[in-house]
Design a protein around this ligand. Structure first.
Ligand code: HEC
Ligand code: HEC
Length: 337
């Protein structure tokens, strides 16, 4: 099965669902748990970005049954202690599966300390969370369930709930030989996350197929700036527009979140955060790990003035001297991703 065949153009499938999701948000309950308005059938092949989905473990091949189960779990508040919060509450389809706000709300009105990032193209990720503290999607998927600010559950309680639920017992049995257990819970959710792909953007068509007209003159100039004077490509590089590494761009310097340092304890890692993919970035405002920059214009202006200076600032970040028009072009380019 090929992604392109199911979606026409895979990059547009998510675009279409975002519109659909926007139209159906209604009452208070729907607001905290968005409805699953994704296309009924989702392709399970990856979009050919010329990359292998690096984190798909060999023993967990993607199957329809696993993706279907993971999809149901993703939108189901059954995983949270008070049955009010689902993964989708903080990773909203219409926001490219990001939070849509600087801090997200978990169980009992608790607020997360960082912004909920986009889940698009995480199949290609090397590490997870802004500080990269988890190595696989399988393991990551269980963390929010037990996080007191997010879903506030005990894993054992969640497994017991799922085992007593007839429909879930069935779905787990269809997906895995050994039925409901926490490892399979992680695998199912990760399987669904791996199909949240975005590719075949105007930029891809311009680059790969040589369709000159796929980008407007302003976007073309933005691409040039991205790769030259703007220095963006030095970190947001490759087919997924990220080096998957950690850099100090000074975003919340002085506000206490030391990022990667909390994991490694290395002085040089102070204030470093993972470079996010820029795929679908037009949908995922506000930006940065703390959601401190509201628009893409704000982001480009931030880099243009050289970020927030600090002892550990990445040497690539420095004032860029982009003119007003160049800022506009760079933003136009980002929107074409
Ligand atoms: C209350 C809001 C909330 C809920 C509920 C929630 N998340 Fe998150 N998610 C976050 C925040 C905030 C982060 C970033 C935390 C950090 O980096 O320290 C995050 C990060 C992630 C990441 C890392 C992405 C990356 O690029 O590094 C993945 C994957 C993820 N969440 C998946 C899930 C799944 C699956 C569920 C449901 C089982 C879920 N989340 C439930 C808020 C939430
Ligand atoms: C030194 C490496 C580096 C360079 C150069 C760089 N970035 Fe970033 N970028 C990052 C890191 C790391 C983050 C996350 C920072 C944070 O949240 O604290 C980020 C975040 C972003 C975000 C926010 C995405 C999101 O989901 O929140 C955008 C948009 C962005 N960069 C665009 C650009 C553009 C445009 C340029 C060029 C003008 C650029 N970057 C240059 C490393 C870099």
């Amino acid at each position: 099965m090929n992604a392109t065949r199911l979606f026409g153009r895979p990059g547009f499938a998510l675009g279409a669902l975002i519109v659909a999701a926007g139209l159906t948000s209604g009452g208070a309950r729907q607001e905290s748990v968005p409805k699953d308005t994704l296309p009924a059938q989702l392709a399970i092949d990856h979009i050919p970005l010329g990359l292998e989905p690096r984190t798909t473990p060999k023993e967990v091949p993607l199957t329809e049954a696993r993706v279907k189960l993971g999809r149901k779990l993703f939108f189901d508040p059954i995983l949270s202690s008070d049955r009010a919060i689902a993964c989708a509450s903080c990773h909203k389809p219409e926001n490219g599966f990001s939070g849509g706000e600087a801090k997200s709300t978990g169980v009992k009105g608790k607020r997360t300390s960082r912004r909920a990032p986009s889940l698009l193209n995480r199949a290609y990720g090397n590490s997870f969370f802004w500080d990269g503290r988890e190595a696989t999607l399988e393991v990551q998927a269980l963390k929010p369930i037990e996080d007191p600010d997010e879903m506030g559950s005990k894993l054992d309680d969640v497994i017991a709930r799922l085992r007593t639920d007839k429909e879930y017992s069935e779905l787990f049995k269809n997906a895995f030989d050994d039925g409901v257990n926490s490892a399979n819970l992680g695998k199912a959710i990760a399987s669904f996350e791996r199909i949240l792909l975005r590719g075949d953007s105007a930029v891809d068509r311009f680059r790969r197929l040589g369709s000159h007209d796929a980008l407007t003159p302003s976007q073309r100039s933005g691409l040039w700036l991205y790769e030259s004077k703007g220095r963006c490509w030095r970190c947001h590089t490759g087919a997924n527009f990220t080096d998957e590494k950690f850099h100090n761009t000074g975003v919340s310097w002085g506000k206490g979140d030391l990022g990667r340092f909390r994991i490694t304890g290395e002085g040089a890692d102070r204030g470093k955060f993972k470079t996010p993919s820029l795929r679908g970035v037009a949908l995922t405002a506000p930006y940065m790990h703390d959601g401190s920059l509201k628009t893409l214009e704000d982001v480009v202006e931030y880099y243009n003035r050289g970020g927030n200076s600090n002892l550990h600032l990445d040497p690539t970040v420095g004032s860029l001297g982009l003119s007003k028009d160049e800022v506009k072009d760079l933003v136009a380019f980002l929107k074409a991703l």
